[in-house]
Design a protein around this ligand. Structure first.
Ligand code: ZN
Length: 275
């Protein structure tokens, strides 16, 4: 398996360096030679998006995606409408920042069966397509690990995401493949190739699964710190036709507690050695 030899495809999520503001992320990523950035929306609260865009441009940053929209299902119709409104806002924000993609954490309502939530997810995404198309922003369904099926995502495997994406069948809707959520899947290679065959791979997220994992939200590892064959999965994704960036998305109390500039250097080492 061929190692990566440079940082041209390295993208870092702002949530990976959670202690930093959007301005700090942009300037420090740039200083570290990292060109790609995926921006988490909470960092934009109260910000002038034109000013953020100008700062991104000055530092020649490539905005890979805006994270995150979704959270569609609810037993309450009013709530589902509010969610659509929030997703239209996410599309507007992506458009304003020049982000080509909004990542969707699809959601689940514990008060109803998963299949009802999945139906509502499909209807909601289909309702958003004209708006997304008009803005020139694609939507990426991100299947999550099944441990999040209770309230974060009724889409919990790449197989299910492929089913959904093929049913929707729009060039404006694709799939974000995240090794943390999908590494365990029986037919992962087959499903990655199925996804690529339909040109549905639109994003690739990397980190690692620590053993033991102490917290299922905020104890992710850097690539090489856990049990995920990250390089193998990246090669499958590339063989399936994906040519986009590798996005480092790590949520870790342990790593957030470190000096974040040193941490960026550790991310770069882990990227070349294990991705
Ligand atoms: Zn992800």
């Amino acid at each position: 398996m061929a190692a990566l030899t440079d940082f041209s495809k390295l993208c870092v999520h702002t949530q990976t360096t959670k202690p930093w503001s959007i301005e700090e992320c942009i300037t420090h990523f740039h200083a570290a030679g990292i060109k790609g950035i995926s921006i988490w929306r909470h960092l934009l609260e109260g910000k002038d998006l034109n000013a953020v865009k100008a700062l991104l441009e000055v530092h020649q940053m490539d905005v890979v995606s805006l994270v995150r929209g979704g959270f569609f299902p609810s037993v309450d119709k009013k709530q589902r409408e509010l969610s659509l409104e929030d997703n239209r806002l996410a599309i507007d924000q992506a458009n304003a920042l020049g982000a080509p993609l909004v990542v969707l954490v699809c959601g689940a309502d514990p008060k109803q069966p998963l299949e009802v939530s999945r139906q509502q997810i499909q209807e909601s995404i289909m309702a958003l397509i004209p708006y997304a198309k008009n803005a020139g922003v694609r939507l990426a369904i991100e299947p999550l690990h099944p441990m999040y099926a209770g309230d974060k995502s009724a889409i919990v495997s790449l197989g299910q995401a492929n089913d959904l994406c093929e049913a929707i069948d729009s060039p404006w809707v694709g799939i974000a493949i995240d090794v943390y959520h999908l590494w365990w899947e029986d037919e992962l290679k087959k499903e990655i190739f199925r996804c690529g065959k339909n040109n549905n791979i639109v994003a690739f997220h990397v980190c690692d699964w620590r053993v033991p994992t102490l917290d299922f939200l905020t104890d992710r590892g850097l690539m090489g710190e856990g049990c995920i064959p990250v390089r193998q999965i990246r090669e499958w994704v590339e063989e399936a036709g994906f040519e986009g960036p590798n996005e480092v998305e790590v949520f870790s109390e342990r790593l957030w507690a470190q000096d974040q500039k040193q941490y960026l250097e550790d991310i770069k080492k882990s990227y070349l050695n294990y991705t």
